[in-house]
Design a protein around this ligand. Structure first.
Ligand SMILES: Nc1ncnc2c1ncn2[C@@H]1O[C@H](COP(=O)(O)OP(=O)(O)OP(=O)(O)O)[C@@H](O)[C@H]1O
Ligand SMILES: [Mg+2]
Length: 534
């Protein structure tokens, strides 16, 4: 039998007392789509960092097609044919999408540069034109329209940026493509498109290592799956067998059903009494909840927002009454995050009005907006990486001044999410992706907001933790907090929310009660992803 394309043996990476990777071995055959799953903080990203040379101080054996690359720097591992994407987007923000993809062609360019210096101008131009055409082809392959090509990466929606990253990795023409949560920030339909892309790439002979929390995607594209937990491998085998493994159910999936349906139809975990966490952090909100107080709350009318020439939000009007939970759903790039950033004062609209309990959100400074009771959990976390976990939490409460109640609130959140206590004194950037997401949500709650703007709270969360966060959102709502929720898991969002708006290319396409939207065949087809033809 041919030797595996990737062979890892006894991989270890310790960070002080944290055994991020504790003797993991696995091998990936050529042409395989190999899934790597496991709870947040299990060591998945660390494994990729060690194998690609992005982490220092690890040990173990790493062989690519029989060649030992253990401890080699990233560019040499890339030369051996390994391309990767990062869990957090790492694009050149100011460069266009197409320039980012061309930057991924450096293996061809290194070869070209020597020639280019001496080649006739015509040939240099032809090479450039060919690279440009190749990059446009990759853009199309990952499902992005041509219009995106010349836009600076920073102005693209999160899910679009993730696709540009995949295109850039493919530009390296790798033998092994490693994707760290490529579909985080995408809706079910878009996830399926990525699934189809991965299957096509695999049919074309590419070997893929896929880290994902979306179980239907993992189950549909992977031919083998390994599971990490606390830095150790707890299962490795056929996807169906792994999904039935009791250790995997206990550590990762929670229940067997969550593996078939991405927890879409699960009922709220936290039905019943409101927890002390929610009660403690919503004392600023109106308690006792089942009724809303129309007239008070968030109002936006005829809002327009531009990024330069791009008209991202077009004449959006919406209302969230006090005590309501309302969701915004829609495709990547529809304008949902832009809308939330406008309501929290981070972006300014070009025209239109927005108020929250009398405060003009189009003019007030962000700090004033926070002090008025609005907290925003931005997409992609944006925690302060050099500050400790504790300092990040304390910053969340800066409008409250130092107080014993602030300390008590932090303690309650630490009890709810123990990782915040375990890593209290560590720089926040050392947390795993999902752990950072929990910190971002906790930081917003510490401000004791009256209105919470939540931008994809489940981003990067493993199934069990995602359920815990959805449970917390339900509790917060029951204890009186007003919530505007953007979420790619539209089924889950509509099961939590009272009303919803569907955003399409910057406009509100539909709105209605959550029940109406769930029953609307057009919404179902476009966003809930239940069309059997898909
Ligand atoms: N530089 C570091 N210093 C200290 N601890 C770290 C560092 N990098 C990672 N860790 C810790 O190592 C563990 C594994 O982290 P890793 O990022 O590999 O998890 P993961 O499986 O990718 O999780 P997620 O699904 O949340 O992305 C976590 O507990 C994390 O906090
Ligand atoms: Mg990770």
């Amino acid at each position: 039998m041919a030797s595996p394309l990737l062979e890892l043996s006894e991989l270890r990476q310790y960070f002080g007392g944290v055994h991020a990777l504790d003797g993991v071995s696995l091998s990936i055959e050529t042409g395989q789509v190999f899934g790597l799953i496991g709870p947040n903080g299990a060591g998945k990203t660390t494994l990729v960092n060690v194998l690609t040379g992005h982490a220092r101080g690890g040990s173990g054996l790493v062989r690519i097609a029989g060649t030992d690359v253990a401890g080699k720097p990233p560019h040499l591992v890339a030369s051996a044919g390994v391309a990767r994407t990062f869990q957090g987007v790492r694009l050149y923000h100011e460069l266009s999408a197409i320039a980012n993809i061309i930057a991924g062609m450096h293996r061809q360019r290194m070869h070209d540069i020597g020639r280019e210096l001496f080649a006739p101008l015509g040939r240099v131009r032809r090479a450039r034109t060919a690279r440009h055409a190749q990059a446009l082809g990759l853009l199309e392959l990952v499902g992005l329209p041509d219009e995106v090509a010349d836009r600076p990466a920073a102005t693209l929606a999160y899910g679009q940026q993730r696709r540009v990253e995949i295109a850039r990795a493919l530009a390296l023409q790798p033998r092994l493509l490693i994707l760290d949560e490529p579909t985080a920030g995408m809706n079910p339909l878009e996830k399926r498109e990525i699934g189809r892309l991965l299957s096509r790439l695999s049919e074309g002979g590419l070997t893929i290592l896929l880290i994902e929390h979306d179980m239907p995607l993992v189950m549909s594209v992977c031919s083998r799956v390994a599971v990490l937990d606390f830095g150790r491998k707890i299962a490795d085998g056929e996807p169906q067998a792994v999904a039935r493994d009791q250790k995997v159910l206990d550590a990762y999936l929670g229940t067997e059903t969550s593996c078939g349906s991405a927890s879409e139809d699960d009922t709220t975990q936290a039905e019943g009494a409101t927890s002390s966490t929610a009660a403690a952090i919503t004392t600023g909100a109106r308690p006792a909840t089942s009724q809303t107080r129309p007239g008070r709350g968030l109002r936006a009318s005829d809002l327009h927002v531009h990024y330069g020439a791009v008209h991202a939000v077009r004449s959006v009007s919406l209302a969230v009454d006090e005590g309501e939970i309302v969701t915004l759903i829609g495709a990547n790039g529809a304008g949902k995050s832009t809308l939330l950033a406008t309501l929290s004062g981070v972006l300014r609209p070009s025209s239109g009005a927005a108020t929250f309990d009398g405060l003009d959100l189009t003019r007030a400074k962000p700090a004033r907006i926070v002090a008025h009771g609005i907290a925003h959990v931005p997409e992609g976390r944006q925690i302060l990486g050099r500050l400790t976990v504790r300092e990040n939490l304390e910053l969340g409460g800066y409008t409250r001044g130092g107080s014993r109640r602030l300390a008590a609130d932090i303690t309650r959140l630490e009890e709810r999410f123990p990782i915040l206590a375990e890593r209290r004194s560590m720089p926040a950037m050392t947390l795993s992706g999902g752990e950072q997401q929990v910190l971002a949500i906790a930081r917003a709650l510490i401000a004791r907001p009256r209105l919470l703007l939540l931008d994809e709270p489940s981003l990067g969360l493993a199934p069990i933790l995602a359920e815990s966060v959805f449970g917390l959102i339900a509790e917060l709502h029951r204890s009186g907090l007003t919530i505007l929720l953007v979420e790619q898991n539209a089924h889950r969002a509509l099961s939590l929310a009272q009303r919803g708006y569907v955003v399409e290319t910057g406009r509100i396409a539909f709105s209605g009660s959550a029940v109406e939207l769930q029953a609307n065949p057009e919404v179902e087809r476009a966003y809930l992803g239940s069309d059997p033809r898909l």
